[in-house]
Ligand binder design. Structure first.
Ligand code: PGA
Length: 249
């Protein structure tokens, strides 16, 4: 089974109109990319980003509400993301789980809403440093997967991102063996729950302090199908070499 690799950028709460030039530079650097490229800018830029980029770059949201419409001031529905030009949405990022107290059940209902709207989802899971030091990593990941991923997913509309919380924005990265162990575990869990077809076609991304300098070795790890990149996705000059590393992985 060959899975098309995915380089995904999460701009978080960074970027105004001026940063759209980075997308332009990225598109020019990768006219016919050898992997999928996804950029998730802040919601305020989604419509303009989607209009500005050519087809080889997909645009995604960073969260959505579980309801289609209604009295939810400040929230954005999956349909609205789709209407603005997004094709994907990141759900269950650890910053959402922490800052907005999102539970696995919350994430699951958002995933259901996003899939019903026709979006593809990038579901994030990952352990804290305390959980890793207590040797609970796989239990935590297994629990988050069971709780956050609904039954209705396919290998085409689901991407799982393994993001150890302690590696996000810190410059710390797990060892390659640690990354491989978690990715192999996620693959096995997907196959067990959804069957071999879905389990083997779902992409599993690593996220947490991915940089041009460590991308090549991370992409060589088994069951790493790409990366979810925060800080190093903001500038085309940083993200482009990461894409190139994935293309040649
Ligand atoms: P980082 O963030 O690459 O800045 O560590 C990754 C993420 O949170 O998706």
């Amino acid at each position: 089974m060959t899975r098309r690799k995915l380089a995904a950028g999460n701009w978080k709460m960074n970027g105004t109109s001026a940063n759209l030039a980075e997308l332009d530079a990225l598109a020019k650097a990768h006219p016919t990319p050898g992997c999928d490229i996804l950029i998730c800018p802040p919601a305020t830029l989604i419509a303009r980003a989607a209009q500005a980029v050519p087809d080889q770059i997909a645009i995604g949201g960073q969260d959505c509400h579980q309801n289609e419409t209604g009295a939810h001031t400040g929230d954005i529905s999956a349909q609205m993301l789709l209407d603005a030009g997004a094709s994907h949405v990141i759900l269950g990022h650890s910053e959402r789980r922490e800052d907005h107290e999102e539970s696995d059940a919350d994430v699951r209902s958002k995933v259901v809403a996003a899939l019903a709207a026709g979006l593809k989802v990038v579901v994030c899971v990952g352990e804290s440093l305390t959980e890793r030091e207590a040797n609970n990593t796989l239990d935590i990941i297994g629990g988050q997967m069971a709780g956050s991923i609904p039954d209705v997913v396919t290998g085409e509309n689901l991407v799982v991102a393994y993001e150890p919380i302690w590696a996000i924005g810190t410059g710390k990265v797990p060892t390659l063996d640690q990354i491989g162990d978690v990715h192999d575990f996620i693959r096995a869990r997907l196959e067990r729950r959804f069957g071999v077809g879905v389990g083997r076609s779902t992409r599993i991304l690593y996220g947490g302090s991915v940089k041009p300098s460590n991308a090549t070795e991370i992409f060589a790890v088994s069951n790493v199908d790409g990366a979810l990149v925060g800080g190093a996705s903001l500038k085309a000059s940083d993200f482009s070499p990461i894409i190139a590393a994935l293309e040649s992985a």
